[in-house]
Design a protein around this ligand. Structure first.
Ligand SMILES: Cc1cc2nc3c(=O)[nH]c(=O)nc-3n(C[C@H](O)[C@H](O)[C@H](O)COP(=O)(O)OP(=O)(O)OC[C@H]3O[C@@H](n4cnc5c(N)ncnc54)[C@H](O)[C@@H]3O)c2cc1C
Length: 288
């Protein structure tokens, strides 16, 4: 077993990527997952602890054409304070508002939430609703190389992603939603504050003539990764958002999730929550 030998906090992306290429590195951003996990023995540090908080390329939120680039170091507080996020991506601000406590929000980053890949990660559900893409950087042969992929593809299981050990997540990119786009986020935890989701639901779609189009429904904490609700989406797509459609969609949501029982909730209870909260979200959208 290796022991932690050094702590580094580079100010340049290239330098961080060279350290990663040399291997056996643990990345830390806000540390709100890494520190509790290492204290509890759930994870062991590599030889090098790499603090990425000083790397400017990982910071900031900005509009690039019709895409919002959210730097990996953006904190949950940073999302809440961003006028661009509040006005153009309100589902992200809604989810950030359900995230832990102020103290945790000030440290916790979007990049950390994505790379920690918890099935209950609060940022993952709204980001998948928004069809987000993640950006990775590496420096395998002397120059910095970047690649991108849909967030949903990036997440492969609890704590598992397609990030290679020598890669750093640099940003999340979100296409600006079209005119008429409506969205909602719901999270249920057993305690109102500081709780990890027992289930979460994200919904997005374009409202036209009392119907939803291009519907995206995402469920968190009911499978190894957040999942799209394909049957729920089909039950909603292009149909009048009336009581019958809402009931059919809520039933489809109940039937298509396959949650597990754990300390937070039983599988049966999670399925009931999914049905009832899908109904409530849709009624809220239908009202206006
Ligand atoms: C009290 C408490 C309450 C919490 N409540 C919630 C909650 O309500 N909702 C929720 O979703 N989470 C919650 N969390 C979990 C945690 O705060 C989030 O997952 C947070 O977003 C992690 O971000 P971080 O910057 O602290 O990540 P870190 O702990 O620094 O890192 C997390 C993981 O991501 C990797 N990583 C970080 N940045 C990068 C990068 N740029 N490139 C590659 N890998 C990277 C690290 O190596 C590590 O594996 C809570 C945690 C605590 C301690």
């Amino acid at each position: 077993m290796t022991a932690l030998e050094r702590y580094v906090a580079p100010r340049a992306l290239g330098e961080a990527l060279e350290l990663l290429r040399d291997g056996d590195v643990t990345i830390v951003a806000g540390g709100t997952d890494v520190m509790p996990q290492s204290h509890s023995g759930k994870m062991k540090f590599g030889r090098t602890l790499l603090n990425v908080r000083r790397i400017p390329e990982l910071a900031g939120i900005g509009l690039e054409g019709d895409t919002v680039r959210i730097g990996a170091l953006t904190t949950i507080t940073g999302l809440l304070e961003s006028a661009l996020v509040r006005e153009r991506l309100p589902i992200l601000a809604e989810a950030a508002d359900h995230f832990a406590s102020e103290q945790v929000r000030n440290g916790a980053t979007v990049g950390g939430n994505v790379c920690n890949a918890s099935p209950a990660g609060d940022m993952l559900v709204p980001l998948i609703v928004l069809d987000a893409t993640i950006e990775l950087a590496a420096k395998p042969n002397g120059s910095v190389e970047a690649r991108a992929m849909p967030l949903q593809e990036f997440l492969t299981g609890p704590g598992r992603t397609r990030r290679a050990a020598h890669e750093l997540l640099t940003a999340v990119r979100v296409p600006l939603p079209p005119r008429g786009f409506v969205s909602r986020f719901y999270k249920y935890g057993t305690r109102p504050a500081l709780d990890i989701a027992a289930i979460s639901i994200g919904l997005g779609g374009v409202r036209r003539d009392g119907r939803l189009e291009k519907v995206r429904v995402v469920f968190g904490a009911v499978a190894p990764t957040p999942i799209r609700g394909a049957a729920t989406e089909r039950a909603l797509e292009g149909r009048p958002l009336d009581a019958a459609t809402i009931e059919a969609a809520a039933q489809a949501a109940h039937d298509e999730v396959r949650p597990i029982s754990d300390v937070r909730a039983s599988a049966w209870y999670r399925q009931e929550l999914v049905r009832n909260m899908t109904r409530r979200l849709l009624e809220d959208v239908a009202r206006g």
